[in-house]
Design a protein around this ligand. Structure first.
Ligand code: ATP
Length: 335
């Protein structure tokens, strides 16, 4: 991610989508507007409602708006989520999926002081969905590992560590069994590491990592791994630090980036003003860091921390009874 402010004005594609996506987006824009940064928001449609209205869950116009923007904020899509997000990732060549795992106060976190980033390769591995047709006795899937894509994600992880004052990157693989594919991943990891002599390295098997995330989660700073392992460990990370209402994510590509909460459209609470906007806000903070607005990101993050510490104005998922916009107002008051 960039470390210095790069522009005076930023064009942000805003895709609220379905259900609580709209509510958490409104709350987040409300706070972003108080940061004294010149944002030009370009709203675009995607998701179930868009499909119903236009016959297309992801119109070309929306893709163009995302493509032309400095960054995209995405709320949530309902049933069409997989299609919409997978297509945007492919079209925008978003090769890195970032999932921070961090403890916040007054939440259901299992441990204190967890703060690490999972950097997951997003374009290959098991998830190219290249499952050959059924065979006589079962089915076969292919796992693709290329030097180019793995070097790109590993370099991204080291660079992320460098720019965010992290001291160590952990590679996660299964090279003892997947000797060729993950053997290559591990080899590339240590080759790339030579370019970053100040960053410490270690590598673990994925099964051991699944255990270490429970027994010593505070020891991790940046984890880099392939597509399927990253997907699984990210959800384990989410479980470690409590509810869905607090987990942001980023998809980074060469030509653009998209920031979205991990939760979906939550039809069970949509339209009731009950949704926790913090996951969307933390996604916007990742966006601020991506465009180089680190000072604003720090202020926004500190304001959220204050609201969680005070524990007076929280949504129902965190044990309170405040509305989405009341939380937004409280965050704004603490900026
Ligand atoms: P979708 O089909 O869009 O994925 P879903 O309901 O299957 O929707 P989520 O939207 O991720 O999946 O929600 C899972 C559960 O977590 C729901 O009970 C929902 O109300 C709750 N939830 C998700 N996000 C939030 C949030 N921001 N604030 C409060 N509760 C949330």
């Amino acid at each position: 991610m960039n470390t210095s402010k790069t522009k005076d004005k930023y064009q942000i594609a805003v895709v609220p989508g379905d259900g609580i996506g709209k509510e958490v987006m409104e709350a987040t824009i409300f706070v972003l507007d108080s940061l004294d940064i010149d944002f030009d928001y370009v709203y675009a449609e995607a998701g179930d409602e868009c499909l119903e209205k236009t016959g297309n869950a992801l119109p070309g116009e929306t893709l163009d708006i995302i493509r032309n923007a400095d960054a995209c904020l995405f709320g949530a899509a309902g049933e069409t989520a997989a299609d919409v997000i997978v297509k945007i990732r492919q079209e925008m060549k978003m090769f890195a999926n970032l999932r921070p795992v961090k403890t916040y106060p007054n939440t259901d976190s299992l441990f204190e002081n967890i703060d690490f980033m999972i950097v997951r390769e997003n374009t290959e591995g098991m998830y190219i969905a290249d499952e050959e047709s059924y065979t006589d006795d079962g089915a076969v899937a292919r796992r693709i590992i290329t030097r180019e894509a793995e070097e790109r994600i590993i370099d991204y992880a080291f660079n992320y560590a460098l720019e965010n004052n992290k001291t160590k990157v952990t590679a996660v693989h299964k090279a003892n069994v997947l000797k060729k594919t993950d053997g290559l991943f591990k080899e590339i990891f240590y080759d790339v590491a030579e370019r970053y002599p100040d960053i410490a390295t270690e590598d673990f098997y994925v099964d051991a990592t699944a255990m270490y995330l429970i027994t010593q989660p505070q020891s991790f700073e940046v984890i880099v791994t392939t597509n399927l392992f990253g997907d699984i460990l990210s959800d384990e990370g989410a479980g470690l630090v409590g509810g869905l209402g607090l987990i942001p994510s980023a998809n980074i590509g060469e030509d653009g980036a998209l920031f979205e909460p991990v939760h979906g459209s939550a039809p069970d609470i949509a339209g009731q003003g009950k949704a926790n906007p913090i996951a969307m806000m933390l996604s916007a903070i990742m966006m601020l860091r991506y465009i180089g607005e680190n000072e604003a990101a720090d202020r926004f993050d500190a304001a959220i921390l204050k609201v969680l510490n005070d524990a007076n104005i929280l949504t129902a998922d965190l044990g309170g009874n405040a509305s989405t916009m009341e939380v937004a107002q409280a965050v704004k008051n603490n900026l």
